[in-house]
Design a protein around this ligand. Sequence first.
Ligand code: ADP
Length: 458
Amino acid sequence: MSRLIIVSNRVAPISEGGMAAGGLAVGVYDALKETGGMWFGWSGEIAGAAAPELKIEERGPVTFATVPLTRRDYDQYYRGFSNDTLWPTFHYRTDLTHYDRHEFEGYQRVNAWLAHQLLPLLEPDDVIWVHDYHLIPFAEALRQQGVTNRIGFFLHIPFPAAQLLVTVPPHDKLMRALCCYDLVGVQTAPDLRALRDYLEHEAGGTVSDDGTARAYGRTLRIGSYPIGIYPDELASLAEAGRDGRHLKNLRQTMRERRLIVSVDRLDYSKGLVERFRAFEKLLELSPNHRAQVSFIQIAPPTRADIQSYQQIRLQLESESGRINGRFAEMDWTPIRYLHRQFERAVLASLFREAHVGYVTPLRDGMNLVAKEYVAAQNPHDPGVLVLSRFAGAAQELDGALIVNPVDVTGMAEALDRALDMPRDERRERYQRMMETLRRNSVSVWRDSFLSDLRAVPQ
Ligand code: ADP
């Protein structure tokens, strides 16, 4: 089978044991090991004064090819256009979107430069799979340099409604570039509808029901491919970590109280403020839960050099302080807000310990935490997932209590229901969701995308 080339903004640090930080990295790394191949992208380093150099590292059948970025490239391509323009708009936060033409030019320049770095490493029948919003113009840049290989693109974040996308001034250039791929995958059916709507009504193209799209003089395929996890591996990880140090300490301080858990990057798309207020509303409306339930929010900071991220951090610190000040007792802190990273095994066992998984993003491409929470449960006595309807995962996880993350009272009612749900109902919901997770695992996601990409005529 032809060699696979994965391109992503960051090349995931894979340890010798093959385990990486998240589901995507593990799933993609598996595919690379099977067919042999290369993972190409930014090393995560900022280059000094010298010209940035490509670094190649071979590990078994997999080649890791990485490049550093200059400070200017980082500021314009990564921090600027990717994370201060595309990220907020694609997450429906046009109020936070900042646009600067120079940053967009930097975004295009870095994509062209990255494509140029990859070019000498390519072989004629390589299949190239590009990931996420940082790299929309990557195929266009390769095509301009004469590459005719099959190139696929997967968008991990939501595809926004056309009326939001057009608020990004160079939307037309972006979408023209997107159509240089042979296959474009999005997470869910609503994302696919939004992409189709743009192609038909803004780009004047056509999309047939089999996913063949014609726009800007190009023909490509579009489809939805919901990313998954390895549910059984996650379940084993959760079970194995049950009596670890962190969990023992937690149990001691909980003293039979019930536990609600949330784990996110500290991002304004995750609905953290509304989530804190809904927990406050629960304590207000249902005094029986006071001193009986604790809520742990784990949220390590990310993208801390962007102002909107500094603001959300301050806002959350103030909200957790206010709510704790209002309800705490000498021996009970309602919200424990932890600002740090944990090992996957610790998170998995924490999920298993929690009576409620509380996952309420305002918008999210998929949300793997929701899937991990379900997979980590004890099958005999599982917890309940409270899930935002605006997470991609809500399209699949119909055993969750689905909430609207701006409806603070509605979320408080869902928490109340989750905490009181009888065991039979919890088990029935859990089993339904586990079947879905097994059916749509990360290997199914990867294999179905790659088989569709390989089937595209070259
Ligand atoms: P996003 O991609 O927006 O961060 P997802 O929920 O899809 O959101 O994926 C997040 C991944 O990162 C999950 O696999 C989750 O377990 C992991 N993760 C989130 N927070 C932490 C943390 N504090 N420590 C370690 N891993 C985390």
